[in-house]
Design a protein around this ligand. Structure first.
Ligand SMILES: *Cc1c(COP(=O)(O)O)cnc(C)c1O
Length: 430
């Protein structure tokens, strides 16, 4: 397999775009090698500019739950394009998608659309601060909530991969209101509440996907809810990744813990740039122009993006069983790879939530970011490179989550497991 054209393309891109990419994790830095330049996707497959074909377990980092070029999403987008790309005025498409999104979440009366997950979270935090009249926020080490200043502290995945937990360019003054707690450790949250009486919100990925896949314990989330209640603090579930990926009705439906605000992104745009945040009416009515908390966007609620999101969510609504089918496939994949690794004396930790799967080369269960960091990064890099040569495209960082789409067949899963058997034998010389 040659990747010469990608290598050349990467060289040119690096002279024009910092690091050759428009989002850091794409650069393959943590696994070595160079990124592949993609020409097209088809179902579960990606094709690169050298003409190689890969089974894609990244799916644009989550959004493409129906795989590449899903027929109904493609049709909806083309239809919308014919009427104009943007109006900057209300459209029925926004109301329709709002109705649909709200129908999936018990905790949501109203929703606002933005253009990215970063924007959704940044706005949700402002809303929580405006609603409570408080300044401090609590976030968990290893959780990623987009790249806005106050949240770029110990932020997992991309940031962790490059060893810059926080970033130059973010004044210390901007993060002094961000308190850090340890995932799945309620004592660490209690300490934050002892340290500050001014906590507007606690934000968490209830199913963390940016330090590898690390779901929160149910009991932990229940205690978190109680602590927030006792302190008049809002609880924000950042479900930009897990929303419509782990379950159709939010983490609240599988944990029994109701958040005050939910943030969404990725799947709700069906591959187009859409983010959203929603809550009960009492909270959402604080948002401009109904209330005083300002938030805006020239391309927010863009009609083409709304059409893609509406097509994707409609299809999910009509196929309520889709998540259990995807979960069975993801479970088969991780179980197969885990067994293949073990046969070669490698211990793997695996987890699955709906269409999300994660694996760590780690002797011990992973409950938080510090645990995740004890995984074997060198082994991951070898595994990643070898699987790529075999035609299987996994996320290029051990801190990322894998995704199954409805286009990922059982046959592809078996092929992937077989390839992993071969690779583990090669790596360990068994
Ligand atoms: C991806 C992600 C974001 C940021 O979304 P962007 O669209 O990349 O800005 C925020 N929170 C979580 C949990 C995410 O996975």
């Amino acid at each position: 397999m040659s990747t010469e054209a990608s290598k050349k393309a990467f060289e040119e891109a690096q002279s024009l775009i910092p690091g050759g990419v428009n989002s850091p994790v794409r650069a393959f830095k943590s696994v070595g090698g160079t990124p592949l330049f993609i020409t097209e996707g088809e179902g579960a497959y990606l094709k690169d500019i050298d003409g190689n074909k890969y089974v894609d377990f990244v799916q644009s980092w989550g959004p493409l739950i129906f795989g590449h070029r899903d027929e109904s999403i493609e049709k909806a987008v083309i239809e919308a394009v014919k009427h104009g790309l943007s109006f900057g005025a209300p459209t029925l498409a926004e109301t329709e998608l709002a109705k649909l999104v709200i129908s999936f979440f018990d905790s949501m009366d109203k929703v606002r659309f933005v253009s990215s997950g970063t924007e959704a979270v940044m706005s949700a935090i402002r809303l929580a601060r405006g609603f409570t009249g408080r300044d401090d926020i609590v976030k968990f080490t290893g959780c990623y909530h987009g790249h806005s200043d106050a949240l770029l502290v110990e932020a997992g995945s991309g940031a962790a991969t490059f060893g810059n937990p926080s970033s130059p360019g973010v004044p210390a003054d901007f993060t002094k209101h961000t308190l850090l707690a340890t995932y799945n450790d309620i004592e660490s949250v209690k300490k934050c509440f002892n340290d500050s009486k001014d906590i507007a919100c606690v934000i968490i990925e209830p199913i963390a996907g940016n330090m590898g896949l690390v779901p929160a314990d149910k009991a932990f989330l229940h205690e978190l809810r109680e602590l927030c209640n006792e302190n008049g603090t809002l609880l924000i579930f950042d479900e930009v990744m897990s929303g419509f990926r782990a379950t159709l009705h939010g983490a609240e439906s599988i944990t029994g813990v109701k958040p005050d605000i939910v943030t969404l992104g990725k799947v709700i745009g069906g591959g187009m740039p859409v983010g959203a945040f929603g809550a009960r009416a009492e909270i959402m009515s604080k948002l401009s122009p109904e209330g005083p908390v300002y938030q805006a966007g020239t391309l927010s609620g863009n009609p083409v993006a709304m059409a893609a999101g509406f097509a994707a969510l409609t299809k999910l609504k009509e196929n309520a069983r889709v998540m259990s089918v995807l979960e069975a496939r993801a479970t088969r994949l991780t179980a197969g790879m885990k067994a293949a690794a073990l046969a070669c004396g490698i211990t793997m930790q695996t987890d699955v939530r709906g269409s999300m799967f994660g694996f760590f080369f780690n002797e011990n269960p992973v409950k938080n970011f510090a645990d995740a960091c004890k995984s074997d990064a060198e082994l991951f890099a070898k595994f990643h490179a070898a699987m790529l040569r075999e035609g299987f495209y996994f996320a290029c960082s051990l801190y990322e989550t894998g995704f199954i789409s409805t286009a990922t067949t059982d046959e592809m899963i078996e092929e992937t497991i077989k390839a992993s058997e071969k690779i583990f034998k090669e790596i360990t010389n068994v």
